[in-house]
Design a protein around this ligand. Structure first.
Ligand code: AMP
Ligand code: ZN
Length: 475
């Protein structure tokens, strides 16, 4: 299994710290507004990676934090706290804001069939752990206190810049003139901040205050995965300053290598710009579902391009995703029907090979730094061949279905229950679709009527596809 490591700028063979196990930490949402599909592109890359490790037999421990304090508007040390700003605007308590948007994040994660992390630790519930690391950094001479604030002295950490490729000289040259006079170096960053006006305050050895953003991920990752672990993920904007600072804090405090593989997802773009909460050019998962797009199509479209390339979000892409899933689903429905109704028998060698080659090629594709386009190509080649196979017995159908299910344990796009639609209903729906395409409305209506009389409803989806539900079934 090979992965591109931002730290070394190379595609490397993945060697876990413990055989058969993977420890993975992902920077989660800052819960001051609804997460958008750009955020979810990053979260889905982590999900894809985790599912693929599980496909390969690894046991994954996955931690994703919830940032509910300390993330300032400009990502570094300046500006208002994002949570606090939202709380003031909405005239609510910051914790109420955090809970509301954490719920929104969880709901959208579920819609996208993201496998839950083992734990979603919240920054505000780990203040003591952060204080302990800050104390250690002060003791070891990496951090200093000025007027109840604690700063990290980046000059003390010789490796500062090793992840992002930034050097202190370049950073200092580009620093703003009006940098905080309390800092020894312009690039020093806050570990603990004193601000009597801040709504969220905790006691600390340096007086009342609140933590900087970066320290939370050092504290929570080491608490749940140990001071040294396998993989850390995030979006490309996390590389600097957030992850650079995490390395400086964690490695200085523990004396160990913090993370072995750093994986960063390139931005999801919209109209040529990064999709972001601050720009407001965003869509949430819930909004797209309300527009009538299927949640599995949203998932498919967000995972279907390589994580190290920007993905330009379009509605056409979403429609194409729906059509792609429909293709897989049609194949599944036929196989389900054969599995239930055909006679049992031996599996023909060519069908055995079809399955085993597909799984091997799928594995090889994703093992190549998560080459998803190649993996999807393998999947659709398999579907095409499976559709061509004639006179299939039930054992063969079951074997091919098993292959699709294994692939879908990684892709996560097939909706449970849909495969239960009887094949005669599908046939009617397909005839209706063809009639609609030919503008033969009379036949289309007749097909709909037949579907309804058999206890099913057919709904059109924006991509020109359809969705079948048992009459009276919700969702
Ligand atoms: P935030 O809620 O701002 O803390 O962001 C949560 C995660 O989403 C971080 O890992 C970001 O790097 C990532 N992210 C933010 N915007 C995008 C985007 N447009 N495309 C991909 N990832 C993003
Ligand atoms: Zn983080």
């Amino acid at each position: 299994m090979k992965l591109y490591n931002t730290l070394t700028h190379k595609i490397e063979e993945f060697v876990p710290m413990q055989q058969g196990k993977v420890g993975m930490y992902s920077c989660g949402p800052t819960v001051y507004s609804h997460p958008h599909i750009g955020n979810f592109r990053s979260f889905l890359v982590a999900d894809l990676l985790k599912r693929f490790f599980e496909f390969k037999g690894f046991q994954v421990t996955h931690i994703m934090n919830i940032t509910d304090v300390g993330h300032l508007v400009d990502d570094a040390d300046e500006g208002a706290d994002k949570l606090e700003e939202a709380a003031k605007k909405q005239k609510k308590d910051p914790m109420e804001i955090a809970q509301f948007y954490t719920d929104s994040f969880m709901q959208a994660s579920k819609l996208l069939n993201i496998k839950p992390a083992n734990k979603y630790p919240k920054a505000t519930e780990h203040i003591n752990e952060m204080i302990e690391i800050i104390k250690k950094l002060i003791d070891k001479g990496y951090a200093y206190v000025v007027d109840n604030n604690v700063y990290y002295n980046v000059e003390k950490f010789a490796d500062y810049g090793k992840l992002s490729g930034n050097t202190l000289e370049e950073l200092n040259a580009g620093a703003r003139i009006e940098v905080n006079q309390e800092k020894t170096n312009p690039q020093d960053f806050a570990l603990w901040k004193h601000d009597p006006k801040h709504l969220q305050q905790w006691d600390s050895p340096w007086g009342k205050g609140f933590p900087g953003w970066h320290i939370e991920c050092s504290a929570m990752s080491s608490k749940y995965l140990g001071a040294e672990f396998d993989i850390h993920t995030g979006g490309e904007d996390n590389i600097f300053p957030h992850h650079e600072c995490e390395i400086a804090q964690s490695e200085a405090a523990s004396g160990k290598k913090f993370v072995h593989y750093w994986l960063h997802t390139r931005f999801l773009m919209f109209d040529g710009e990064k999709m972001s909460k601050s720009k407001g050019n965003l869509y949430t998962i819930q909004e797209l579902v309300e527009k009538g797009f299927r949640k599995n199509a949203i998932r498919y479209s967000l995972i279907s391009s390589h994580y190290r390339q920007n993905y330009n979000f379009t509605f056409d892409g979403l429609k194409a995703a729906q059509q792609a899933i429909d293709k897989i689903q049609q194949c599944v429905l036929r196989l389900e029907d054969l599995r239930k109704n055909a006679k049992a028998g031996e599996i023909r060698p060519e069908l055995k090979d079809l399955s085993s080659n597909c799984l091997k090629d799928f594995d090889e594709s994703l093992s190549d730094d998560l080459n998803i386009s190649k993996a999807l190509g393998v999947c659709f080649d398999f579907i095409r061949e499976a559709n061509k196979a004639e006179n299939m017995n039930s054992t063969e159908a079951a074997a091919l279905l098993d292959t699709i299910n294994k692939i879908d344990s990684v892709l996560g796009v097939l909706e449970a229950g849909e495969s239960e639609v009887p094949v005669n209903i599908i046939e009617l729906a397909e005839k209706r679709k063809a009639a609609k395409l030919a503008k033969d409305w009379k036949t289309a209506d007749a097909m709909r009527a037949q579907i309804t009389s058999l206890g099913w409803t057919v709904e059109d989806t924006p991509g020109g596809g359809y969705r079948l539900k048992r009459a009276g079934e919700a969702g």
